[in-house]
Design a protein around this ligand. Structure first.
Ligand code: RFL
Ligand code: PHB
Length: 394
């Protein structure tokens, strides 16, 4: 017989969505348990996103996990778009009435969240196995899992599926309920983390004949760089010398140089756009990457995950305060309006900045015209800026 446990909200996954949700609920006096299949060390070291929208920064500060982010995060008020060997700055501050973004690694956010959950008595169970979700079409859903060789059954009022794109929550919803919208791009990103001071103060998005390249960073000492590559590229075919050589070529600009350093980590990521509708079935709510994926060109995945759980936490708080399911019933609709706008932006940035294997000379000229337009028209630059710093919540 499994050991029976009880909580109000059972959360699958301790990524940004799961941990922010758990902390938001705690602050409203709502009890939750998070179950995570990986170890705490793995989650806190996995290199992923780095760009936080102003709204994400504000939320993290409001919920009391912003201290290190405020001290160590790098605040940027613009990005550079580079093409034809020349850079063009998009000035966020001027175009959005003073807004900016903060560079602070996703795994640092997760460390801060885990520390806050531990300090406030939060229950986050790492390295659990065989997680499954049950009975969410009725009023008494359950999460079953194994931990340290023992079986558990967690009884809850609601389940939050925050278990990412490859999680088990979305596939547990009966066939025919969800509609999937999907686009897979014919390229990937080869990403490196390098022990080298960033060669530019702001992020540089480059469109080059040989493909897209991005210069980003984590700290004043550590650079994060990406190259467009084939989706099935073999990472072993890219030794450090080849990576730096390609970065030099694609990022080159007159009077500018790229500083090299030891490569600390490298990997290849596929690129896709994906949405399921609705983001809810019965008492199971999907949030973050379990419900949608964006290609990283717009730097939106983490921010969208945080936006979803803000909506969900507010809806759950209303339910526990008043018994009203009104906001819970609107959860999917509320999130999806914003999700689709962010999908559009991420698709647009991706389409504008990458070389496509099947493109015609017409497409290439059109992309260059688009870049020229975005960097020379205030109206066009404003649409990029207001999406990049983050659209309003509702
Ligand atoms: P996560 O972070 O994938 O967390 C899901 C968690 O669930 C766990 N899990 C399970 N736990 C229990 N049982 C199971 N059966 C489970 N299956 C899975 C997983 O171990 C994991 O800990 O999803 P979440 O919380 O929705 O957060 C989404 C973000 O992580 C993601 O969107 C971003 O990293 C995307 N992203 C970026 N987003 C940004 O906002 N700004 C960026 O600059 C940015 N850059 C990026 C990115 C993603 C990248 N990669 C590697 C995909 C750059 C890259 C290269
Ligand atoms: C990153 O720093 O990892 C990063 C920055 C901007 C993006 C994607 C990733 O668009």
């Amino acid at each position: 017989m499994p050991t029976s446990l009880r909580t109000q909200v059972g959360i699958v996954g301790a990524g940004p969505a799961g941990l922010v949700l758990s902390h938001l609920l705690h602050l409203q006096g709502i009890d939750s348990v998070v179950v995570e299949c990986r170890s705490r060390a793995y989650v806190e070291e996995r290199v992923r996103a780095g760009v936080l929208e102003q709204g994400t920064v504000n939320l993290l500060a409001e919920i009391g996990v912003g201290e290190r982010m405020k001290a160590e995060g790098l605040v940027h008020y613009g990005i550079e778009l580079r093409f034809g060997g020349r850079g063009h700055r998009i000035d966020f501050q001027e175009l959005t009435g003073g807004k900016g973004i903060t560079i602070y690694a996703q795994h640092e956010v997760l460390k801060d969240l885990n520390n806050a959950r531990v300090a406030t008595g939060g229950q986050v169970f790492f390295e659990v196995e065989d997680v499954s979700v049950h009975d969410f079409d009725g009023a008494r859903p359950k999460i079953r899992y194994r931990k340290d060789g023992s079986d558990y059954e967690l009884h809850c009022d609601f389940i939050a599926g925050c278990d990412g794109f490859h999680g088990i929550c979305r596939p547990s919803i009966p066939v025919g309920v969800l509609t999937e919208y999907d686009r897979v791009y014919p390229f990937g990103w080869l990403g490196i983390l390098a022990d080298a001071p960033p060669s530019s103060e702001e992020l540089v998005y480059t469109y080059h004949d040989r493909g897209f390249a991005l210069l980003s960073m984590r700290t004043p000492q550590i650079s994060r760089l990406y190259l467009q590559c084939n989706p099935d590229e073999d990472i072993d075919a890219w030794d450090d010398e080849r990576i730096w050589q390609e970065l030099h070529v694609r990022l080159s600009s007159e009077g500018w140089g790229l500083t090299e350093g030891p490569i600390l980590q490298k990997g290849i990521t596929g690129m896709r756009s994906f949405v399921v509708e609705p983001m809810q079935y019965g008492r199971l709510f999907l949030a973050g990457d379990s419900a949608h994926i964006v290609p990283p060109t717009g730097a939106k995945g983490l921010n969208l995950a945080v936006a979803d759980v803000q909506v969900l936490a507010r809806a759950l708080a209303r339910f526990y305060a008043t018994g009203s399911q009104c906001l819970l019933n609107k959860y999917s609709h509320t999130c999806l309006r914003r999700v689709w706008k962010v999908q559009r932006f991420s698709w647009w940035m991706t389409s504008m900045l990458h070389r496509f294997p099947d493109e015609k000379p017409f497409d290439h000229r059109r992309q260059l015209a688009e870049l020229d337009y975005v960097t020379s028209s205030r109206a066009a630059a404003t649409t990029l800026a207001e999406n990049y710093v983050g659209l309003p919540m509702e």
